[in-house]
Each structure stands twice: as C-alpha cells, then as structure tokens.
Design a protein around this ligand. Structure first.
Ligand SMILES: C[S@@+](CC[C@H](N)C(=O)[O-])C[C@H]1O[C@@H](n2cnc3c(N)ncnc32)[C@H](O)[C@@H]1O
Length: 304
C-alpha cells in the first residue's frame, strides 16, 4: 500500500479514533483520480457514473503472455535480424492471428479496446473545449465506417451524439462474431486489406500505429476508395499519436514513449508529423489537418 500511495494510485490519511478510545490512529486509503479510472462503477459516493472505467485496458496491458513477455526476448530479437516482430518471436504468431486461436487473448483485447474507446470518445464528444472542439469533425457526415472498430464502442458513442450518422464497423470475423450489438451499428466481418464498405468517412482509431509504413499505405488506399466522392464530405479520420503534438509534460511524454515501445512489439510505430505526411501523400491523399485531443492523442483528418 505504501508503494501504491507513493506512486499516486491511492491517497493515505491518518484517521484518529474518536475519544475516549485509546486505539492508535490508523491509515485510511482513498481513491485518487488515477485509481478512480480503475473502478468500473463509480459507487455510492454521489459521483456521476461516466464511461471511463479503464480496468479492462489495464488487465490487457498487464497480461504477462502478450504484453510483458515479448520484451524479455528483446535482446535475442535485436541480435537475430529475422523478419518476425518481437510479438511473433515470443508468441509464434502475429497478434491478429492469435486473436483467432486464443479466445482469452481475443476477449482481453476486445474488452480493453472497448474500455479505452469509451474513455477516449467521451473526451472527444463531451469535453468540447478540452478536446479542442473535436466533435465538430463528425458534423455533416451521413455515414461512417470504423475500420478495425473492434466491438463498436467508438461508433456507438458517435451514433449517440450524432443520431443521423449511419455507423458501421469493419473488423475481423473473430472480433465481429463476439460483438454485442445494440442495433444502432452494423457489424461487417472482413479484411481491411481486401475491401472496405463505402461511407462518407472512414474512422481508423488506434489502428495504423499497429502497422509499418507500407501496410499503412495499403490500408489508406483502400480507405480512399471507400469514402464519399461528394464534394468536401469524404475524409478519413485517424485517431493516433502525432509525436510532438498535444500535452508535452514529462508524465505524459513518458507514457507516450512507452507506447512507442509497445507498438514496436507489433512492428508498428508512433509517428511524427513528417512520417504521417509521407504515408498520406503516398496513399494518394492531398491534404490533412491535425487536432490534438487528449494527452498525447490527436485526430487527423485526411482529404482526397
Ligand atoms: C489496436 S485494435 C484497435 C481497436 C479499436 N479501433 C480501438 O480504438 O480500440 C486494432 C483492431 O484492428 C483489427 N484488425 C486487425 N487486422 C485487421 C484486418 N485485416 N481487417 C480488419 N480489422 C483488422 C483488430 O481485430 C482490432 O480490433
């Protein structure tokens, strides 16, 4: 408890027993804003219930087999210049094949992504000023397909905020087949490298940082074919890190560079603006706009 208190997970205060008790004071631990994020239900303290529980994400990031273990093989992987990613070297399969063969990893990944999506979209759609008024990015759209949209938490939030937008999710069969549908979102099983359903806009949320530059170009070319040709409407909306944008304080920066390491595990990367720009131009897009939203995250709109 002392470790968790020093690191800000809990707050501690001495509690003096009421007189005439001779008992010694005892330490009382309380939630801090950080640990509150790990409580799925805000409980009975009167605080409003927000979709910000991140415990499923923490469980995913703390998994020994898929999150931590690959890094123990870092030395061997550096010495062996084979083509496999660090993740493949540790688990013998790329992460998106493993979600097909390992049900517990599939479930942990889907639950973690859903928690993270609810948290991030709540900030984008409801914290207008703090998120740079990012919700306006979705205004004017008639349809949106979330590619690699997992269980649809992001588009469900968008559909609630903009009921006129027809929302769908494209993801792998093993993901879509387990998705809880509330009827507001259409789920399509498929491969984004093969085909993407047509829509005014495509959302790629935390997808491109899992892939190398060549694969990002292939995915974005598919997206370009899918988006609306209606003047000024069609666009791709990317939610990812743009290194150098957003909050630059040390704690945020430290988390961001740890994410660099985490994405390197898959063969992906967090990118600087000039690296993104190169990919966009190569995929045939003509311009882009970056809006920092939360911590080190940004929304990037790219236009044909
Ligand atoms: C890091 S997760 C991001 C999920 C979600 N967009 C989010 O923000 O939480 C990447 C997603 O891409 C999906 N994916 C991977 N390869 C794919 C493919 N070839 N076609 C469609 N989806 C794919 C995965 O199943 C997973 O749901």
């Amino acid at each position: 408890m002392r470790v968790l208190t020093i690191s800000g997970i809990f707050a501690a205060a001495d509690h003096q027993p009421a007189p005439p008790s001779d008992d010694e004071s005892e330490t009382v631990y309380k939630l801090t804003p950080i640990s509150r994020l790990l409580v799925d239900d805000d409980g009975d303290d009167g605080a409003s219930s927000t979709p910000r529980g991140m415990s499923a994400m923490l469980r995913l990031l703390a998994r020994s087999d898929t999150a931590v273990a690959p890094f123990f093989g870092l030395g061997a992987w550096f010495r062996d210049a084979g083509a496999a990613t660090l993740f493949e070297a540790a688990r013998g399969a790329p992460t998106w094949s493993l979600t097909r063969s390992d049900a517990s990893y599939n479930e942990a990944l889907n639950d973690g992504c859903a928690a993270n999506s609810s948290f991030a979209m709540d900030a984008v759609l409801n914290d207008g000023a703090a998120a740079g008024g990012a919700s306006s990015i979705f205004r004017g759209l008639g349809s949106l397909v979330d590619v690699g949209g997992d269980h649809g938490a992001a588009v469900m939030a968008i559909a609630r905020a903009f009921p006129h937008i027809k929302c769908s999710v494209l993801d792998l069969e093993q993901v879509v087949s387990k998705a809880p549908s509330d009827g507001t979102v259409q789920f399509v099983a498929g491969d984004m490298f093969q085909s993407i359903p047509p829509a005014d806009a495509v959302l790629l949320k935390y997808v491109l940082h899992c892939w190398d530059d060549d694969d990002c170009v292939k995915i974005l070319r598919r997206c370009k074919r899918a988006i609306s040709a209606r003047d000024g409407v069609g666009k791709v909306i990317i939610m990812n890190v743009v290194v150098g944008y957003g909050t630059q304080d040390n704690v945020v920066k430290e988390t961001q560079v740890l994410f660099d390491m985490f994405m390197m595990r898959y063969g992906g990367a967090e990118r600087e603006e000039h690296e993104w720009k190169k990919i966009f131009l190569e995929a045939g897009f003509s311009s882009y706009k970056i809006t920092p939203i939360l911590g080190f995250q940004s929304l990037i709109e790219i236009f044909p």
